[in-house]
Design a protein around this ligand. Structure first.
Ligand code: COA
Length: 261
């Protein structure tokens, strides 16, 4: 795996832990870090050893405290469109990853950090985590998909409550509205997130990838188009060795040995 300046990447038993590391900026996403995430997720998609990805922030204070305001302040309108498109493209790649991505939210997940967490498939929050989209307090709006993903995750009313006030919510409130999937004590965060990923990657990898695709794309399609996609993917799975193995293992009362084909 190549070296990254702002990301620490470790692989263990099929799970890659990616730690965003800009501790003196509370892991704020500058352009270089977003570009690195794009390159890394491209690599992880191709790497057959990788079955699942855990994304977190360095230190105990922040997951990611937003886009890097030192960079934002220098931008003109064309740079702003360009950086927004870059973030949207990379976050979309994360969202459409066929390998499950869990955000371990270890502190502030604000602005671009909240948007990054929302692009992940699941979010496990430390009880110290704080979520928010404070962009309007800076005179901008979320530009990495936040207005769209938050309303899809929690509904338009709750989304507008956060987006228009710019206020932060704590982990329990994030759990209540469906922004976080689980809340755990800070020292249990990584183990819990890994355990969640392990329970996913035990399943048929092709099925997991298709389940992500059907759920994510399906939410964006008209119902009949989403249903057509779902039955197409369902049909393709019927041609995989994994489907036969999964069903045989059930009938033989043993653990399935999935091969990803
Ligand atoms: N971009 C650039 N630098 C950031 C940053 C960001 N999004 N968030 C934090 N930092 C920097 C701070 O400027 C500070 O740098 P300094 O030590 O050189 O002064 C350092 O990280 C520590 O942050 P600080 O504000 O001192 O910590 P705090 O505990 O007082 O407050 C936050 C923590 C998260 C509430 C506060 O940093 C904050 O509001 N950050 C911006 C959040 C935001 O609006 N994000 C959306 C951007 S679109």
């Amino acid at each position: 795996m190549p070296e990254y300046r702002n990301l620490q990447v470790e692989i263990d038993g099929g799970v890659v832990t990616v730690t965003i590391r800009r501790p003196d900026r509370l892991n704020a996403l500058n352009r270089a870090t977003i570009e690195e995430l794009g390159v890394l997720f491209g690599e992880l998609g191709e790497n057959e050893e990788v079955r699942g990805i855990l994304l977190t922030g360095s230190g105990s204070k922040a997951f990611v405290a937003g886009a890097d305001i030192d960079e934002l302040v220098q931008m003109g309108p064309l740079d702003a469109v360009e950086v927004s498109r870059l973030g949207q493209r990379v976050f979309r790649e994360i969202e459409l990853s066929r390998k499950p991505v869990v955000a371990a939210v270890n502190g502030f997940a604000l602005g671009g950090g909240c948007e990054l967490a929302m692009a992940c498939h699941l979010r496990v929050a430390s009880s110290t985590a704080r979520f928010g989209l404070p962009e309007v307090t800076l005179g901008i709006i979320p530009g990495y998909g936040g207005t769209l993903r938050l309303s899809r995750l929690v509904g338009r009313g709750a989304a507008l409550g956060l987006i228009l006030t710019g206020e932060m919510i704590d982990a329990d409130e994030a759990l209540r509205i469906g922004l976080a999937n689980r809340v755990v004590e800070p020292d249990a965060l990584l183990a819990e997130s890994r355990g969640l990923l392990q329970s996913i990657i035990r399943n048929g990898p092709v099925a997991v990838g298709f389940a992500i695709e059907s759920t994510v794309r399906g939410q964006e399609l008209a119902l009949d188009d989403g249903l057509a996609l779902e039955s197409h993917l369902f049909g393709v799975l019927a041609a995989t060795e994994d489907m036969h193995e999964g069903m045989r293992a059930f009938l033989e009362k043993r653990e399935a040995d999935f091969k990803g084909r």
